[in-house]
Structures are given as structure tokens and as C-alpha cells.
Ligand binder design. Structure first.
Ligand code: CAA
Length: 248
């Protein structure tokens, strides 16, 4: 297997950390993006990961800002090298029913969850296509596929991510670059921990697998799509949801 350089946005978060760990365990050099305001937390994260013997780095960048992403990618490519694998994993929730949703709650979720996918991918796509290899994985959600009460903003952003995946997959397929979506279900992280307990319990009771997903479940799917051998899988959505929502 070739050693590649991977950038994971939201790489120090619940699912992002496990994606970084798994890609590093597969022998890649991994760069975890983090929000500049969270520098001390990111440095502590880096120490923990290095303590596991992993080849990891960190890169500050606000994924909702195009310029910040341009600066971040330029810095990563100068410090570490060209990015062959991009995992767009940064995301937030601002759950509210639509009749109570503030414009800022709509805008923040659209900009951070969906705008980020353009802002970061735009910086790396040229390099990947010109070198003839790339793997892009967008972390969407079961709630982008089925909609979720209280998540008009999040469901719209997550559904939009897969539209981006399908379009860019067609633009890059002839150049050795694949673009896919992974759609986790309810995964045990701080994001689902923040939900009202009764709402979370009611949703978990409907999951055919009988449990929430783990970050490892999601990271396995991401690593599979990033594999050299996955070159003919592009424009796909891979659900990792324990059967919560099934479709073609
Ligand atoms: N379906 C139908 N009705 C529902 C409902 C549902 N799923 N959930 C709540 N309701 C009802 C309530 O019973 C209540 O009814 P009454 O007014 O008759 O009492 C009413 O809706 C509550 O409406 P409000 O407008 O007052 O709701 P709210 O603005 O307080 O918001 C909420 C409630 C924040 C949306 C809360 O229900 C919630 O947190 N829901 C969970 C949303 C969710 O699944 N988030 C996922 C987070 S994790 C994640 O996003 C990761 C991932 O990818 C999976």
C-alpha cells in the first residue's frame, strides 16, 4: 500500500479522531484540521495520538471560510506534502423546529456543514486530478437521507453534501479521483450525547441493530473507500446506520 497524506476536517472531534487513527494505522500520514480557537485542545489531542505511535499532525482552519481553507491547505502542503485523501468531517448541530429556528442557526449549519465541503475540496481537487490519484469522502448523515424532526438546517446541509459528491465524482472519475459519501446513523459521540436523553432513547429504540454506532464503525467505512483498491467506487453513498434507514 502506498503511504498517502490525508487531511481530515473536524479531525479532533468524535468521529474525526477515529478516522484519523484508522487512516494512520493503515500507514498514512494524517493531518487533523481544527478550529483555530481550539488550539490548546488540539495540541493535547496531538500529544495523545503521538503517544499511540501514530504519524499525525494538526492544522488550524475555519472550514466555513474559503480564505482560511486556502491558507490551511497551503500550509499543510508546504509543511507536510500534497494531500491525496480528504475527509470532510467537520460539522455541527443547531437543532430547533423550523418555526423557532433563528436565521443564524440555519446559516451556521449550512456554512459549516455544507459550505465547508466546497471551501476545502476546492483547494485540493486540482492537485489530486493533476497527480492522477485522490480519495474524497464526505461525512453526511442518515438525517440527510430521511430528514429529522428538529433538523431542517442539518438535514438540508447533509443532503446537499451528497449532491456535491455525485457531481464532483463525475468531474473527477477519469483522473483517478473518487468522491463518495458516508452517512452515519446515530453514533456515540458528544454530538448525540448533547441530545435530550428521552429523544435519544426513543431513536435508539428504533435502530434494528439495537445499539448506536461507534466511531470505529464509521472509520472502517471511510478507510475502505480511501483504499487504493476502491478506485471504481465513486459517487456512492455508504450508510453506516445499523439499519435505521434502508434504501437503494
Ligand atoms: N415527531 C413528531 N413530533 C415530535 C417529535 C418527532 N420526532 N419530536 C418532538 N415532537 C413534538 C413534541 O412532542 C412536542 O409536541 P407538543 O408541542 O404537542 O408537546 C413538540 O414536537 C415540540 O416542538 P417544539 O417546537 O417545542 O420543539 P423544540 O423547538 O423544543 O425542539 C427538538 C425540540 C430540539 C427538535 C428536540 O425534539 C430534539 O432535540 N430532537 C432531536 C433531533 C435530533 O435527532 N438530532 C440529532 C442530533 S445528532 C446528529 O445530528 C448526528 C447525526 O447525524 C445522526
Amino acid at each position: 500500500m502506498s503511504k498517502r497524506i490525508a487531511l481530515v476536517t473536524g479531525g479532533t472531534g468524535g468521529i474525526g479522531s477515529e478516522i484519523c487513527r484508522t487512516l494512520a494505522q493503515k500507514g498514512h500520514t494524517v493531518v487533523a484540521n481544527y478550529l483555530p480557537a481550539l488550539q490548546s485542545e488540539a495540541e493535547a489531542w496531538l500529544e495523545r495520538m503521538k503517544g499511540e505511535g501514530l504519524d499525525v499532525h494538526i492544522a488550524a482552519g475555519d472550514v466555513s471560510s474559503f480564505q482560511s481553507c486556502a491558507d490551511m491547505v497551503q500550509d499543510v502542503e508546504a509543511r507536510i506534502g500534497p494531500i491525496d485523501i480528504l475527509v470532510n468531517c467537520a460539522g455541527i448541530t443547531r437543532d430547533k423546529t423550523l418555526r423557532k429556528m433563528e436565521e443564524s442557526q440555519w446559516r451556521d449549519v449550512i456554512n459549516i456543514n455544507l459550505g465547508s465541503v466546497f471551501n476545502v475540496t476546492r483547494q485540493v481537487v486540482e492537485g489530486m486530478t493533476s497527480r492522477g490519484f485522490g480519495r474524497i469522502v464526505n461525512i453526511s448523515s442518515v438525517n440527510g437521507q430521511k430528514g429529522q424532526f428538529g433538523q431542517a438546517n442539518y438535514s438540508a446541509a447533509k443532503a446537499g453534501m451528497h449532491g456535491f459528491t455525485m457531481a464532483v465524482a463525475q468531474e473527477t472519475a477519469a483522473k483517478g479521483v473518487t468522491v463518495n459519501t458516508v452517512s452515519p446513523g446515530y453514533t456515540a459521540t458528544a454530538m448525540t450525547e448533547a441530545m435530550p436523553e428521552d429523544v435519544r432513547n426513543a431513536i435508539v429504540a428504533q435502530i434494528p441493530a439495537g445499539r448506536m454506532g461507534s466511531p470505529e464503525d464509521v472509520a472502517f467505512a471511510v478507510a475502505m473507500l480511501c483504499d487504493e483498491q476502491a478506485g471504481y467506487i465513486t459517487g456512492a453513498n455508504l450508510p453506516v446506520n445499523g439499519g435505521l434507514f434502508t434504501s437503494f
